[in-house]
Design a protein around this ligand. Sequence first.
Ligand SMILES: Nc1ncnc2c1ncn2[C@@H]1O[C@H](COP(=O)(O)OP(=O)(O)OP(=O)(O)O)[C@@H](O)[C@H]1O
Ligand SMILES: [Mg+2]
Length: 296
Amino acid sequence: MLYIAAVLGAGCAILMQPPRAGRRVPREGMPREPWRPREPVRMTLRGPLADMLPQSGIAELAGSLAHELNQPLTAITSNAHAAREFLAASEFNKELLKEIVDDMVDDASRASDIVRGVRALVLGEAPRMVPFNVADVVEQALDLARANATARCVAIERDIPEALPRAVGDPVEIRLVLLNLLVNALDAVASGRSSHDRRITVRARALDHEVRMAVQDNGAGVAADDLDKIFRPFYSSKPKGMGVGLSLSRALMERNGGHIQAIRNSGGGMTFECVLPQEALTLCHRTTGTAVFQWR
Ligand SMILES: Nc1ncnc2c1ncn2[C@@H]1O[C@H](COP(=O)(O)OP(=O)(O)OP(=O)(O)O)[C@@H](O)[C@H]1O
Ligand SMILES: [Mg+2]
C-alpha cells in the first residue's frame, strides 16, 4: 500500500508537480479498472431521502456530511493501517512514521473543518470571509486530488497568473468546492477518455470586480437537457454517486457571496466556473480593467 500513488502513476503523463513527500496513501478513491467506453448516462433522482428535500434539509445535510467526510476518514484509516504495519516491524523509519502521523493530523483537522462548515451552513452562520490567495487554495485542492489523478493517469494543468488579486471568501469552503469539481472532472475524464488523453485545466482570472476560478475537463460532458438537473441534491449519473457534490458546492459558493455555473465546452467536456468577489480594488493594485478572458 505504501507509495501506491507513485507506483500507479509510473508511465502516466502527469503534468502536475510530483507527489509531496510524506503522502503515503491515496487521498481519494483509486479505481483501478481498465478504461472502457462510456455507457449511456442514466440520470436519476435517488432514494427515499430525495422525497424529503422539499420539506426538510436534513437529507441534504446528512448527504453532505457523508460525502465530504468520506475522503479524509478513508485517508486516516489507510494511514492508521500503514502506521500499525510500521510499528509491527522490528525496525522502522521514525521519520516516515512521523510523516504518516502528520498526515493523519492534517486529515482529522480537515474533517473537523468540514463538520464546522456544514454546521455553519445549516445554522445559517456567516462564513469566515477573508481575502485569500487563489493559487494557494487551488494548490491545496490539487494536493488532495493528486493521488486520484495519478491513479487514473490524468494530467492536470494550472493556468493562474502570479499577479492575480486576492479573492474574498472562506478559503476552507472554497477549497472544498474546488475539490468537488476536481473529483467530478476526474470521474468525467476517466470514464470518457482513454488514459493517454485525459486532461483537466484549473484556471483563475480577475475580471471586473471578481475572481473567476474554473475547472475544465475533456470528459464526455453533460447533455444540454441535463444542465439544469446536475445541481439538484441527490442527482447523479454515477453508479456509486450520491449526487451531493454540486448541490453542496453551489450552496457554499452562494453563502460566500459568489456563484457557480456549468458550461458545456464547445470542443466537448465541461467547465465549472466559480466566481467570488475580489478584494477591494484599492488593496489589490489592479493595473488594468481590460482583462479579456474566455473559459470556453
Ligand atoms: N465534470 C463533469 N463532467 C460531466 N458530468 C458531470 C461533471 N460534473 C458533474 N457532472 C454530472 O453531474 C452529476 C452530479 O454531480 P455531483 O457532484 O453533484 O454528484 P456525483 O458526482 O454524481 O456524486 P457525489 O455526491 O459523489 O459528488 C454527476 O453525477 C454527473 O452526471
Ligand atoms: Mg461529485
